[in-house]
Design a protein around this ligand. Structure first.
Ligand SMILES: *Cc1c(COP(=O)(O)O)cnc(C)c1O
Length: 384
């Protein structure tokens, strides 16, 4: 092969945070400088401003910002006094944080299988998991659907099973904030929703951060207290045992700037995803977005025959194209979570997906020529 005939191989970023940084430029510098001037680093004015803007954005009554997506999930479980003997239902095809918080508060995560075409919780498996939990002598208390890869879960279906079984719904929207489910914004679905501002998430800050969303006044007040050691707003007493779970003012300032361009970024991600699907649909199983759902495309994840995945990843890598596998080893197979139960019938879809999925570069600044380079490389690897 004539090396010189090949175009120069320039590595492509998986998520291009630098491109967004460039676009925001001085606006971020100024926003951060303002915080450095007023020195209210903890719960400064930007935090309150951000919470108000996020509430408007998501159409919810309360936003309580916090230190991470994991804290956001945990704060809700703490507020609802979830603990030993309680069962909380989590999908098995997710990031470990979803079930981690359940175990951290002393409750039992019970793993639920997912649908292979949406990667999200399968309520038939949820029903089986509730029966499994009861058989084990656990009290079913809550369900945590995840809006995986940015696509909302089937929240109506989850809500129906939750209501029938008196479970509250905590939406893990760490990847899905900004999405829409049947005209409802993610954030306002369920008793509460939690999101993450980890830099690589669709709405990320420049460090760790997260938020809880709820329409429940009492829950919001309690979480505001739990976020600062269990001292409820305006009260002298430590009435509850809480955590140090605040969002930094500097991160709030960054997020206020990022929120301004978030709708345009969601639109860009959708355009890029549609283009991927159009060009790759005949070579791989491309993600399905059900009617009435809007994804924020935290990941663009295709499925290939298990025997071809490693070869595809290697071929792309050789061309400077990074890929990622979410999730090659789902939480229930990890050391820390092996001991927790799964729904009767097991997790066959999760197992299958874990061998088939591969995520391609996805962010709002992926230009068409770069995307074409990725698409061509995928085609070459899968056809050859
Ligand atoms: C990222 C993520 C979390 C945790 O968010 P952090 O801010 O990293 O704590 C929780 N759940 C899911 C599904 C995630 O992807």
């Amino acid at each position: 092969m004539n090396q010189h005939a090949r175009p120069e191989i320039k590595p492509i970023p998986f998520i291009d945070i630098g491109a967004q940084r460039k676009r925001l430029g001085e606006a971020i510098d100024e926003a951060v400088a303002k915080v450095l001037d007023h020195c209210q680093f903890i719960l400064g004015p930007e935090v309150r401003e951000l919470e108000g803007q996020l509430s408007s954005f998501a159409g919810v009554k309360h936003t309580i910002s916090c230190a991470s997506g994991t804290d956001a999930l945990m704060l809700v479980l703490l507020a609802k006094k979830i603990g030993p003997g309680d069962a909380v239902f989590c999908p098995s095809f997710t990031f470990a944080a979803t079930c981690e918080v359940v175990a951290l508060v002393g409750a039992t995560p019970v793993f639920v299988d997912v649908h292979e075409d949406t990667f999200n919780m399968d309520v038939e498996s949820l029903k089986k998991a509730i029966a499994t939990a009861k058989k084990l002598g656990l009290k079913p208390k809550a369900v945590i659907p995840v809006d995986l890869f940015g696509l909302p879960a089937d929240h109506d279906a989850v809500a129906a099973v939750a209501e029938e079984n008196k479970l509250f719904v905590l939406d893990d929207a760490a990847q899905g904030f900004g999405g829409v489910y049947k005209a409802k914004k993610i954030g306002g679905i369920g008793l509460a929703a939690a999101t993450s501002f980890f830099p690589a998430k669709p709405l990320g800050c420049y460090g760790d951060g997260g938020a809880v969303f709820t329409n429940d006044d009492e829950l919001a007040e309690l979480i505001r207290g739990l976020r600062v050691h269990g001292q409820l707003p305006g009260k002298p007493e430590f009435s509850h045992i809480g955590i140090t779970g605040r969002l930094d003012t500097i991160q709030a300032a960054v997020l206020l700037e990022k929120l301004k361009i978030f709708p345009a970024e969601i639109a860009a991600r959708n355009k890029i995803a549609a283009r991927y699907s159009e060009k790759l649909g005949q070579y791989a199983i491309v993600p399905r977005v059900p009617e009435g759902y809007t994804s924020v495309w935290a990941q663009y994840t295709i499925r290939v025959q298990p025997g071809r995945r490693d070869g595809l990843a290697a071929a792309l890598k050789a061309e400077g194209i990074p890929t990622a596998i979410y999730y090659a080893k789902p939480p229930h197979r990890h050391e820390a979570y092996k001991k927790f139960p799964a729904a009767d019938g097991g997790l066959p879809v999760t197992e299958k997906l874990s061998h088939e999925v591969i995520s391609l570069p996805m962010h709002a600044y992926l230009d068409e020529s770069t995307q074409d380079r990725i698409v061509d490389a995928v085609k070459r690897a899968l056809v050859g």
